[in-house]
Ligand binder design. Structure first.
Ligand SMILES: [Zn+2]
Length: 381
């Protein structure tokens, strides 16, 4: 074996061991040797390196069948921190997490009619404040992941945000220059899918769709355990699939797009104009017939598009991200009624339709997990 080969093997062993400790700590050196098949001296040497670099620490004593009890190894999830940002159409979320994705601090803002410049200033100020109050750690801030509701190309440039005006704004460069850490820009539905996959409702699935329903509808596709971005990074624009070819014009250029019927915006437009949030809540409590008919219609329209998605991908699950669906089973039941009346019966048992478990934090948590993953890759590169 050449020296280059030996180095490569060392790096691979190191990555393997760190992943084992991350996913199975507390774990002993002996168990690591057993689960990885690496000999004890390799395990000891590599682990010592990771302990010296503060990625792993040792704790007390584990259980042993006899003799000296082994020291257990833990992943030091506080070795560094990640920031996840979700720039929504009318709100902004900034989360600080440790390397395990646990939220350390969370910041939410309503954007109302804020301009892009105002939102950018608020974002930079918030990140600065988060960094200032971040707990001390060996590696500090390891990266900032930012997601936007629009098209992000493979060079992480925002090329189209139909409901806001971020297209052409170089968010990546501005944030990188301000904080001098790695920055990733991602589409909101892709980040949400990633978040649910790592920490939420889709942990157990390798093939699933994440459907984010708000002003528009965005879909994140995880196929074969990987985010599917498409050639240019523009996959998942299923909010713009036609469900009525004679339907109204959409601002994407198409007609009768799914999101014109099944977005939360469309649902709200179906309600009487004078119903504000308070009125909506009151009628919700009262099981108001007009409201519940509208909710049923919302679920029905969602179901129509979901049938197309399920027929196309044959996924294990479809995760639905919307507060109305997460807070009340009624809409999801309406969705399921539409599905069962329009799909082959086997789908009812073979594809799970589930509400998001991370809720509004899903995209920002996904953005954090992307930064954490690339940091961990970097440790063992
Ligand atoms: Zn459209």
């Amino acid at each position: 074996m050449t020296i280059a080969d030996q180095n490569l093997v060392k790096k691979m062993n190191r990555r393997r061991l760190l992943q084992e400790v991350i996913h199975h700590s507390p774990i002993s050196r002996a168990s690591l040797s057993k689960t990885t098949g690496l000999n004890k001296s390799t395990v000891s040497a590599q682990i010592q390196g990771l302990v010296d670099e503060k990625f792993i620490f040792e704790i007390g004593q584990g259980q042993s069948s006899g003799g000296r009890r082994p020291v257990m190894l833990m992943f030091n999830k506080q070795a560094g921190y990640a920031i996840g940002v979700d720039i929504g159409v009318d709100d902004l979320t900034v989360l600080l997490t440790d390397l395990d994705g646990s939220i350390v601090s969370e910041h939410y803002f309503e954007l109302e009619q804020s301009s892009v410049n105002e939102t950018m200033a608020l974002l930079l100020k918030t990140i600065e404040q988060v960094i200032r109050t971040m707990p001390g750690s060996p590696y500090g801030l390891i990266g900032i992941g930012i997601c936007v509701p629009g098209l992000v190309n493979r060079s992480e440039q925002i090329v189209l945000t139909p409901n806001t005006h971020w297209n052409g704004v170089d968010v990546k460069k501005q944030v990188e220059e301000a904080f001098n850490v790695p920055v990733t820009i991602e589409n909101e539905a892709n980040a949400g899918a990633y978040g649910e996959h790592i920490y939420g409702a889709a942990k157990a699935f390798d093939d699933f769709m994440y459907v984010s329903i708000s002003t528009g509808i965005g879909v994140g596709l995880v196929l074969n355990n990987e985010l599917y971005r498409g050639v240019h990074g523009f996959s998942g624009e299923m909010g713009h699939m036609t469900i009525d070819f004679n339907g109204p014009k959409c601002n994407c250029g198409n007609r009768g797009c799914w999101e014109l019927y099944a977005s939360e915006k469309a649902f709200r437009q179906s309600l009487p104009a004078d119903w504000d949030e308070k009125e909506l809540n009151k009628r919700f409590q009262q099981n108001d017939v007009v409201l519940f008919r509208s909710l049923e219609n919302f679920g029905h329209h969602l179901g129509i598009g979901l049938v197309n998605i399920a027929n196309t991908f044959d996924p294990e699950a479809i995760i639905l991200r919307n507060p109305l669906i997460e807070s009340n089973p009624f809409v999801l039941n309406a969705v399921k009624n539409t599905l069962s009346s329009r799909m082959n019966v086997r789908f009812e048992t073979e594809c799970a339709f589930l509400p998001s478990t991370l809720g509004k934090n899903a995209p920002a948590l996904g953005a954090c997990s992307m930064m954490i993953e690339s940091f961990i890759k970097g440790i063992t590169a």
